[in-house]
Design a protein. Structure first.
Length: 428
């Protein structure tokens, strides 16, 4: 049996995997266009017709089959703007998954509303519609599913629950650019969808975000909230007609970021196709290894965005090994696995009452430990996922077939040597 690299054996590989972000001549051309002109911002409301931000919005909307795609500063404020466009107010409740990026829930607090954590589904790691149903109460206003790692949440079930209870839906699509379910792209199912173009994302300008909707009146509110709450007056688009009607701040994206995003959008289809093909190859190989599972809804109608390639291991088959220790062994073999989330969102100190004692969320404070138990929301699936999940980031899937085969070889190698790793753990 080949000796693990962790214990001095030869690694499966020494060559690095593709790095991220990637830019090139496309991005440079768009950037030069901005530099050469005298338009470095997208206009008072961020939507001047000849701004690159507007062009990027149109192209991104076309990619997702949506009517309005409105660039904003980042994916976190995109969620805040979407909630505010729906009229969510302090004290309203928003149901969020307990296994996601922190700002899915903190953006709810930032508008004074209360995040109510629900569990995820075992087979998808996305919000569980049955658990959502259990948590709907008189103050619930919005369901906020996250398409985790690019995998679509069960949107038909979410839509049904929202319809039954008169709720709105905001989809957090930060990790799901280009994902789809039943031919309908992410961001098109709910009332609004939000995206992020932060540096790790599959389309990036270092920072950036976007709000998507098919509803013209919501789009009008998003445009206003993006720029100081300014609405256009009856006189049309002349800037002198702008009046501030909502309290808001400046959440516009700069033209430099939109330029980079236009370049990224052009390279997206080719990269997306490569990720899909490599993920399929990986999944074929992974199926053969006992105790390992690729977390994916096995429906041909789902197009995965592959922001993350999520792997769950059977805790018993791997001796309850900590995900970070399993990653150490795989990293030593030259495979850049990273641990998944180490704790459910509600275990972050930010949700402790003492850390919430500020003017932003008095209602959340009032409710903690009362109707909404944020500290102990009982999400066993999320708890379990935190103990047994490892991740490959999307850039790894931009490699070639040999790169994928090396991943499978390293997973087999670690699987066969697992007792050696566990014995060392025990000694330490
Ligand atoms: C699921 C999810 N929601 C929200 C965000 C926030 O986006 P941003 O970092 O652009 O604020 C991110 C990414 O960072 C994310 O992964």
């Amino acid at each position: 049996m080949a000796k693990l690299a962790l214990f001095g054996g030869s690694p499966v590989r020494n060559e690095p995997y593709p790095s991220w972000p990637q830019g090139g001549s496309g991005e440079s051309l768009w950037l030069e266009k901005v530099l050469a002109g005298n338009r470095w911002f997208a206009g008072l409301q961020g939507d001047d017709p000849d701004a690159l931000g507007s062009l990027f919005g149109e192209r991104f909307a076309a990619l997702h089959g949506a009517r309005f795609a409105l660039p904003v500063a980042n994916g976190s404020v995109a969620i805040e703007i979407a909630l505010r466009a729906l009229g969510v107010k302090p004290g309203d409740e928003v149901i969020v998954p307990s296994y996601t990026f922190i700002s899915t829930a903190t953006s709810v607090l930032m508008v004074g509303a209360v995040p109510v954590f629900a569990d995820i589904e075992f087979h998808s790691y996305c919000l569980d519609p049955r658990d959502v149903a259990r948590r709907i109460g008189p103050n619930t206003r919005v369901i906020l599913p996250v398409h985790l790692g690019g995998q679509m949440a069960d949107m038909p079930a979410m839509m049904e629950a929202a319809k039954q209870h008169g709720l709105s839906i905001v989809e957090d699509c930060a990790q799901a650019i280009g994902s789809a379910l039943g031919g309908k792209r992410a961001g098109n199912w709910g009332d609004l969808g939000t995206f992020s173009f932060q540096s790790n994302k599959t389309m990036t300008a270092g920072e950036g975000g976007l709000v998507m909707t098919n509803d013209p009146s919501l789009a009008e509110r998003v445009v206003a909230l993006r720029a100081f709450g300014r609405f256009k007056g009856k006189g049309g688009v002349r800037s002198s007609d702008l009046t501030c009607q909502y309290l808001s701040s400046n959440y516009r994206l700069s033209e430099f970021q939109s330029a980079v995003l236009l370049g990224q959008l052009e390279r997206f289809p080719e990269q997306d196709a490569r990720r899909q093909a490599n993920a399929t190859r990986l999944t074929e190989g992974l199926k053969e290894i006992p105790g390992l599972d690729h977390i994916r809804v096995n429906k041909s109608s789902m197009k995965h965005g592959y922001y993350y390639y999520l792997v769950r291991y059977e805790p018993e088959a791997y001796g309850n090994l900590d995900p970070a220790r399993l990653c150490d062994a795989l990293n030593a073999e030259g495979i850049p696995f990273v641990p998944g989330d180490r704790k459910p969102l509600y275990r972050h100190p930010v949700f402790e009452t003492r850390n919430l004692s500020n003017h932003l969320c008095p209602h959340a404070l009032e409710r903690y430990g009362q109707a909404v138990d944020l500290k102990n929301p009982e999400c066993p699936v999320a708890e379990e996922a935190c103990k047994s999940t490892i991740i490959l980031r999307h850039q790894v899937l931009l490699g070639d077939t040999k790169d994928m085969d090396d991943i499978i070889e390293a997973l087999w190698k670690v699987h066969k040597n697992i007792n050696e790793i566990l014995a060392k753990e025990e000694k330490e």
